[in-house]
Design a protein around this ligand. Structure first.
Ligand code: IPD
Ligand code: CA
Length: 281
């Protein structure tokens, strides 16, 4: 969706960066030696920790001060309505399983979008993904490019699907994972290798800087991809779904053309966005 938007996207990028880094400091400094799982969400293996909630509360408090007219869509709380037409899309810890286990790939993801809170239909304006453990910070502004810590980003252009390093991820529901494993059987023999890093936001940023050639995943929530997809797109990636749809829960695919088109075809042939019986996430 392309709409005429009269906002300062660079100011929004700066705010997204400062919010993500502030929440990142809380997540980093407040991580206990052993992280307890406070609750589970879509399935027994989909954890929520006290820190997910604390980091999102911080982001919401700061947005209420800085952008009181904007709406909020966050992973760990109720939707906040707004009057400005802009929505902040928040993932306080993307990669919560990694956070729980102390695997270093988890991030705070903050994005601001115009239009409906649906990745296939919104216009992403600015976003930031802040990798908590090592401080890598990726940002993008619509039409203003993507960067990591001041360095402009450009996707890698693989010469063939067979030589492409492909990031992906798996949902939390057993039925979904069983289907994702079937699709992987079709994909794995046709690519260089697969990476399952455990944070969709970081996957999309690694794609943006050329550390992955391609990425696909079924089942992403809006907050998993909002900032990362803009970073990838501003670095030159095509980002979409299957069968001409936009990116979103059914499927998100990203990478440079023309090779990404081969991956889209492969996933379409594998029926990779077919609904599973009883799957939730
Ligand atoms: C998850 C991560 C993971 C992806 C899952 C997401 P969470 O987010 O992004 O890489 O495979 O689909 O749900 O639960 O850690 O915020
Ligand atoms: Ca997430």
């Amino acid at each position: 969706m392309d709409v005429e938007i009269d906002v300062d996207v660079e100011a929004l990028r700066a705010l997204a960066r400062s919010l993500a880094c502030e929440a990142g400091a809380l997540v980093r400094d407040g991580r206990p030696e052993r992280v307890e799982v406070a609750a589970t969400k879509s399935s027994d293996v989909d954890p929520v920790t006290d820190m997910d909630r604390a980091a999102e509360a911080l982001l919401r408090r700061r947005l209420a001060e800085e952008r009181p007219d904007d709406a909020i869509l966050g992973e760990e709380g109720d939707d906040v309505p707004g009057t400005s037409g802009l929505t902040w899309v928040l993932d306080p810890i993307d990669g919560t399983v990694n956070y729980v286990y102390g695997v270093a790939s988890y991030a705070v993801s903050v994005a601001v979008v115009a239009g409906p809170p649906d990745p296939g239909r919104w216009t992403a304006l600015a976003g930031c993904v802040h990798s908590v453990v090592d401080g890598r910070t990726w940002t993008a502004a619509r039409g203003g490019g993507a960067e990591r810590d001041g360095r402009p980003l450009r996707v890698r252009r693989p010469d063939a699907l067979s030589r492409s390093l492909v990031g992906t991820g798996f949902g939390y529901a057993p039925e979904r994972r069983a289907r994702q494993a079937e699709v992987l059987v079709d994909v794995l023999p046709r690519v260089r290798d697969i990476r399952r890093i455990g944070s969709a936001a970081i996957d999309l940023c690694l794609l943006a800087e050329g550390a992955l050639d391609l990425y696909y995943e079924r089942g992403l929530n809006p907050w998993d991809l909002a900032a990362g997809a803009l970073v990838a797109a501003e670095a030159g990636a095509w980002v979409g779904g299957l069968h001409g749809r936009g990116p979103g829960a059914a499927m998100t695919v990203a990478g440079a053309t023309p090779v990404v088109t081969e991956l889209v075809r492969l996933l379409e042939d594998a029926d990779a966005d077919r609904p599973e019986d009883g799957a939730r996430g």
